[in-house]
Design a protein. Structure first.
Length: 273
């Protein structure tokens, strides 16, 4: 049985946390995906908080291999925070939802668009990834569904993210409309959903859009299974091994920040999803 550590958020029930249901529904025989949560309260709403998200995922990935004997790591976020650092530190497959899905979109069409539930103020995440993965020529647009001022509602029990995840029709209509604008106005022939939090409604969106719609959560997870099945591990020429990785440094950072009791801007309910 190959153990895949899923870094990010999952679902809580009766005091336990499991990977997102979409992963459990499609996992192949012989694979055991398990959720490993980050210890740092972080949400990459700006550049400085993105650094904290990177640190959070690095510490979690190192812990997954050291303490949980993970055979592979799947970073369950389009932002791929900590991806390259973990590849330099570990000799197990490390797959990010963002990179895997951009590559899949480029295979299925010639001009893809990213449609995300997040507002334009978070565009730095996507522009950075497109530059890093050399996908700027293949991605014709990034379309943002929400307005910048909606970010302020994340700490509330009901907001644009909870509405979307629950299948609220208005939110679905907004996403479908933005997909259609990307197709008609930007010339996109493939759509990549720009957040793994959109996974619960990805199939509903795909059924209403005429071009392929890629769910970054399921696409990235299956890419992780494929890497394990084929015994593929990242190249040491591309990701030079780190000499003497100091795991304890990241552990200390995680404990120090957690002790500060820094509030997650999404609120406790969403942070535990």
């Amino acid at each position: 049985m190959k153990r895949i550590a899923v870094i990010g958020t999952g679902f809580r029930k009766a005091g336990t946390a499991t990977p997102p249901q979409e992963i459990l529904n499609l996992k192949a025989a012989g694979f055991d995906p398990f959720l490993i949560e980050t210890r740092l309260p972080s949400f990459p709403m700006n550049e400085i908080n993105r650094v904290l998200s990177e640190t959070a995922n690095i510490e979690t990935g190192l812990r997954a291999v050291r303490e949980e004997s993970a055979d592979a790591i799947f970073i369950n976020t389009v932002g791929d925070y900590g991806l390259h650092a973990l590849r330099s530190a570990l000799r197990v497959p490390v797959i990010g939802a963002g990179e895997a899905t951009m590559n899949a979109a480029a295979q299925l069409g010639q001009r893809f668009s990213i449609v995300t539930i997040w507002p334009r103020s978070m565009n730095f995440i996507y522009t950075g990834l497109l530059r890093l993965y050399r996908m700027k020529e293949r991605c014709v647009s990034v379309r943002f569904v929400s307005a910048n001022d909606e970010l302020a509602t994340l700490s509330k029990d009901k907001n644009f993210i909870t509405d979307m995840r629950s299948g609220e029709v208005t939110q679905q209509d907004r996403i479908v409309a933005m997909c259609n604008r990307a197709i008609e106005e930007d010339g996109a022939d493939t759509i990549m959903l720009g957040c793994t939090c959109m996974s619960p409604i990805a199939a509903d969106i795909a059924a209403r859009v005429k071009v392929p719609v890629l769910n970054a959560l399921t696409t990235g997870y299956k890419a992780t299974e494929m890497a394990l099945s084929l015994n593929h591990v990242h190249s040491v020429e591309a990701y030079r091994p780190v000499g003497g990785t100091r795991d304890e440094h990241y552990t200390a950072i995680a404990k120090a920040v957690t002790a500060l009791d820094v509030a997650d801007p999404r609120g406790k309910a969403q942070a535990a999803e």
